[in-house]
Design a protein around this ligand. Structure first.
Ligand SMILES: [Zn+2]
Length: 235
């Protein structure tokens, strides 16, 4: 179990744009000290929240019709081969489904982030290869992990649902655009930014590199966890 942690904007990092970065929650939102003590160590870690208003990601085609397609595609994936972030706990894996349905119905990547930012949804540590390929323990930061999963998963679902919709509408190509600022651009992101691709190629590239059967080198949007690109109708 992770301890309760209060994050400051500086500790948290972010996209560097003050408008986009989280604001500390006032004592009204965080509750009194007595209330916080009463909640005990299992209480939510969210003692701050993203600034309300404005969307970190720009999704110009996110209307009710697109949301219906996103949900249809996402539910079909849930039925066939559900995807869950590797760092989630059992409880987090369960909560993820509810959080995604809520975000798709009426939210966005920010609301998904808020719903996932609970310490008991995240494992305390994980193992990943170092640069020599040797397994190495690392500590999981639940806030950073919730943010990254929320951004990638909402965008991934959005691209899948939107490309399905555009296929139905016989829109042959989609344009890749930068939906949000990023600290560090992946090299391959610079290649695809501003390009147009066949709608079917992007639709079929859904999670192609990692789930359920990895196809290394396949084109996906987003291309990976740090990709802030999405697709939209061209023109
Ligand atoms: Zn990208």
């Amino acid at each position: 179990m992770l301890p309760n942690v209060t994050y400051s904007t500086a500790q948290r990092g972010g996209c560097g744009d003050a408008k986009h970065d989280a604001q500390p929650i006032s004592s009204v939102h965080a509750g009194s000290r007595r209330q916080r003590r009463a909640r005990g160590p299992v209480g939510p870690i969210m003692t701050w929240r993203p600034r309300s208003g404005g969307t970190r990601f720009f999704f110009p085609d996110l209307d009710e019709v697109t949301r219906d397609w996103i949900l249809a595609e996402w539910e079909e994936e849930e039925r066939v081969a559900p995807f869950r972030g590797a760092q989630l706990t059992t409880r987090g894996r369960s909560a993820f489904g509810t959080a995604m349905r809520s975000a798709i119905a009426s939210g966005d990547e920010q609301s998904l982030f808020v719903d996932l930012a609970s310490s008991d949804y995240w494992q305390s540590s994980g193992i990943r290869p170092d640069r020599y390929g040797r397994p190495q323990f690392y500590t999981i930061n639940p806030e950073a992990s919730a943010r990254q999963l929320a951004i990638t998963e909402f965008n991934t679902a959005y691209v899948h649902g939107l490309t399905r919709r555009l296929l139905e509408e016989d829109v042959a190509e989609v344009a890749v655009y930068r939906a949000a600022p990023a600290f560090v651009l992946r090299g391959e992101c610079l290649e695809h930014e501003g390009s147009q691709y066949p709608t079917l190629l992007i639709y079929e590239g859904h999670r192609a590199r990692y789930h359920p059967v990895p196809r290394p080198g396949a084109l996906s949007v987003p291309v990976g966890p740090n990709c802030h690109h999405s697709v939209r109708r061209p023109g």
